[in-house]
Design a protein around this ligand. Structure first.
Ligand SMILES: O=c1ccn([C@@H]2O[C@H](COP(=O)(O)OP(=O)(O)O[C@H]3O[C@@H](CO)[C@H](O)[C@H]3O)[C@@H](O)[C@H]2O)c(=O)[nH]1
Ligand SMILES: [Mn+2]
Length: 360
């Protein structure tokens, strides 16, 4: 009698590596030694490094990684006048990496984010979890109280409509952070010593119609499904605001995902965020955003896209028109931002022309 293969402990369906279908985008003003700790999980992947700040500075990339690196001179050379839509001196520059990638998936991570440990002490392969999240459906139309129903050992609970159990494609996987939480400056100032030690073993679909504060520190997405909407806005040098790059993108992609019936998930995986940036510097960058967002959020909550908007680009252009129409009165910055949103789409389409078979 042939003994069955010993499959105890092996994952029922191992997560595919997707190493030729995924790029890792890292915005940086530092060296990239943090990649040493990620080597077991990230070395097989191609990196797109977006070097911010002084282009003459040499960024050291640890041996053994396959990468392409773009500094400001490269961005200006590649995009010409359209480079005006890519922020300078703000992590928002990372979205240039999304634009130049040719892969289906993107994982973006900050250079002060390290491998976290789960409660059992096991190193968390954040990228593997993001891939799991992206490859399995989302359930935005009806909340499953047992969280991710597609996860091994879970399912839809009683009363969950069977007509909705197929779910929808997942466009975004938003991971979290142990140690330094992604707090705004005021919170950071009143709670300087607060550290996040709580590891919540859950992945949830963010319900349709609900916005969320997307953090770019530990984020993955399906570039084919939502890439053109992942513009991180005009931030940093020469702009009245900073550190709202990922927030702006998060509000735009959520409105568009809701419109196109795509899913956005948050929760696992965790990374270990090691560096707290200066709260006073952050306050200066954020302060306009702190009061503007009281107007911006209702804008996004009420934004309606037409049924003719069936591609991400069409949705995004419609959104840019709404921004120009409804937010320019808040501050002339939004007029500029609306134009930059159009420039971003033009640049995206220039670098990512639809293939002969019509696939973008
Ligand atoms: O001018 C800059 C500043 C930083 N970077 C790179 O961007 C990321 C994030 O930088 P940092 O870790 O210093 O900032 P945090 O406050 O921790 O980041 C939070 O704010 C968001 C930025 O809006 C970020 O996504 C959040 O996590 C690092 O890789 C820096 O090297 C830059 O490119 N340009
Ligand atoms: Mn950081």
């Amino acid at each position: 009698m042939v003994e069955p293969a010993n499959t105890v402990g092996l994952p029922v369906n191992p997560t595919p590596l997707l190493k030729d279908e995924l790029d890792i985008v890292i915005p940086t003003i530092r060296n990239l030694d943090f990649l040493e700790m990620w080597r077991p999980f990230l070395q097989p992947y191609h990196l797109i490094i977006v070097q911010d700040g002084d282009p003459s500075k040499k960024i050291h990339v640890p041996e053994g990684y396959d990468y392409e690196l773009y500094n400001r001179n490269d961005i200006n050379r590649i995009l010409g006048p359209k480079a005006s839509c890519i922020s300078f001196k703000d992590s928002a520059c990372r979205c240039f990496g999304y634009m130049v990638s040719k892969k289906k998936y993107i994982f973006t991570i900050d250079d002060d984010c390290f491998v976290a440990k789960d409660p059992s002490g096991k190193a968390v392969n954040a990228l593997e979890q993001h891939i799991k999240n992206l490859l399995c459906p989302s359930s935005p139309f009806f909340f499953n109280t047992l969280y991710d129903p597609y996860r091994e050992g879970a399912d839809f609970v009683r009363g969950y409509p069977f007509s909705l159990r197929e779910g929808v494609s997942t466009a975004v996987s938003h991971g979290l952070w142990l140690n330094i939480p992604d707090y705004d400056a005021p919170t950071q100032l009143v709670k300087p010593k607060e550290r996040n030690t709580r590891y919540v073993d859950a992945v949830m679909t963010i319900p349709k119609g609900t916005l969320f504060p997307m953090c770019g520190m530990n984020l993955a997405f399906d570039r084919d499904l939502i890439g053109p909407a992942m513009y991180f806005g005009l931030m940093g040098d020469g702009q009245p605001i900073g550190r709202y790059d990922d927030m702006w993108a998060g509000w735009c992609i959520k409105v568009i995902c809701d419109h196109l019936s795509l899913g956005v998930k948050t929760g696992l995986p965790y990374i270990y965020h090691s560096k707290a940036s200066n709260p006073f510097v952050n306050l200066k960058k954020e302060y306009k955003g702190i009061f503007w967002q009281e107007e911006i959020i209702p804008f996004f909550q009420n934004a309606k896209l037409s049924k003719e908007a069936v591609t991400v680009q069409q949705c995004y252009i419609e959104l840019s028109k709404l921004v120009k129409e409804k937010l320019s009165s808040l501050d002339p910055y939004f007029d500029k931002l609306a134009d930059a949103m159009v420039t971003w789409i033009e640049a995206w389409d220039e670098l990512n022309p639809p293939a002969a078979n019509g696939k973008a």
